[in-house]
Write a new protein. Structure first.
Length: 425
């Protein structure tokens, strides 16, 4: 009897253990199946995003290699002709550069690539100096030199003694010398005209904001945020980034307390105060002045655009002045539209630097450093006692200090393929 009871008790215990183990096994299997499904879902999602990322980059490459897509027109492209890999392509003209946008999508997933683009320098642009042939020699004094190939007048170069400073060194030009033409290399006049139109009211079809928050971060995938100011404007303690165009009918002053990145600014005159750091494309018609210790990051632009009226009055002699210890990484340029327009001036003071390209349709006063190339009608040197024509005193141009990966603007060269300068949001 006892044995029979023990056997029944043991069978019940064994059954309970079997049931418990079975439940545990079922739970483990269920967990493993769920984990497997989750991992598979994550794997498929990762594959999908990898494909979307690849498609967006492929779309961007299409944009970079194509000149047929119109600005602000969104184009849908089936990459492989199977209807499963489509991208939306769009490009925006952004000052001297462009913004290219490629969006790849599948169901509710989307990956978007956006970048500011420009043009790589062609072999024809790989020179240090192009000086218009005005039948005058180019004179060097102090610690002055040019490294790289040059185009100058047949009158050549000479070493001079001015302001009590003799030429220091053995050579003035370290590179090949070729004869220049009287006219400067052409730039994109149509692009200049489109930029100049930003100064001309009325602005048809543009929605302007006359007030704005102190902090604005506008994506290039959204409509451009236009700001119009009628009065003089001083930008203090503001954060402006991205797809923003600020137009002022009066002078603008930018304080070092402001944080500005990739914004376009149009004003009659612009002053950037001591110590400012940021990237900006600043366009004026009268003057631009960078005070001491300003650093404009790549890709920045300082440009003087001509007034549309032939006999327009200028408040000041049109000029771009870069004070001591300031640095611009990008492009500095002036242009003229009429023969009787005042001759514009680009002035680089002692210890100032431009890393990139300088294009002066008028005169260039060079006492600083150009790490790249300069194109100018002529040089000038103003001192307290006199004015010297075609003189460089303690100024230098060094093409070797410009990165081989530097990317310029289509304003100088439309033939080269576009390249990404920087990624944007």
């Amino acid at each position: 009897m006892f044995k029979s009871f023990f056997k029944r008790r043991l069978s019940a215990s064994a059954l309970q253990a079997v049931l418990t183990i079975s439940i545990i096994i079922i739970l483990v299997i269920t967990f493993l199946l769920g984990l497997s499904l989750s991992l598979k879902s994550l794997f498929l999602k990762d594959q999908r995003f990898q494909q979307l990322n690849f498609n967006s980059l492929s779309g961007l490459n299409l944009l970079l290699s194509s000149e047929t897509i119109n600005f602000s027109e969104e184009l849908r492209v089936d990459l492989y002709g199977m209807g499963t890999d489509s991208v939306l392509l769009k490009k925006i003209e952004w000052g001297l550069y462009e913004v290219h946008i490629a969006s790849a999508f599948k169901d509710d997933d989307i990956i978007r690539k956006m970048g500011i683009t420009g043009k790589r320098l062609s072999s024809k642009e790989r020179f240090a100096l192009y000086l218009s042939d005005q039948h005058l020699p180019l004179s060097f004094s102090g610690r002055s030199y040019v490294k790289g190939d040059v185009y100058i007048s047949a009158a050549g170069v000479r070493k001079s003694n001015i302001e009590g400073q003799e030429f220091e060194g053995t050579r003035v030009i370290f590179g090949k010398t070729k004869i220049s033409n009287a006219e400067l290399p052409k730039i994109d006049s149509a692009l200049l005209l489109r930029l100049s139109e930003m100064f001309n009211q009325p602005y048809d079809g543009i929605q302007f904001h006359t007030s704005y928050a102190d902090s604005l971060n506008c994506s290039f995938n959204e409509p451009t945020f236009y700001i119009l100011k009628e009065d003089s404007l001083e930008l203090n303690h503001v954060f402006l980034k991205g797809n923003i165009i600020l137009i002022s009918n009066n002078p603008v002053v930018i304080d070092s307390s402001s944080n500005i990145e990739d914004v376009l600014l149009f004003a009659p005159s612009i002053i950037i105060k001591n110590g400012f750091r940021g990237s900006i494309q600043a366009f004026a018609q009268d003057s631009i002045r960078l005070k001491n210790d300003v650093y404009l990051e790549y890709p920045s632009v300082l440009g003087l655009l001509p007034k549309s009226i032939k006999n327009a009055d200028y408040i000041n002699h049109p000029s771009i002045i870069i004070d001591s210890a300031s640095r611009v990484t990008g492009i500095v340029f002036t242009t003229v539209a009429f023969h009787n327009q005042p001759i514009p001036l680009i002035q680089l003071d002692n210890h100032s630097t431009v890393n990139g390209q300088v294009y002066s349709s008028g005169l260039l006063q060079l006492q600083g450093i150009i790490e790249g190339s300069a194109i100018t009608k002529g040089f000038i040197l103003k001192t307290s006692s006199t004015v010297y024509d075609n003189f460089i005193l303690n100024g230098s141009i060094n093409l070797n200090n410009l990165s081989e990966y530097y990317i310029g603007s289509k304003i100088f060269n439309k033939d080269e393929a576009s390249s990404i300068i920087k990624w944007v949001e």
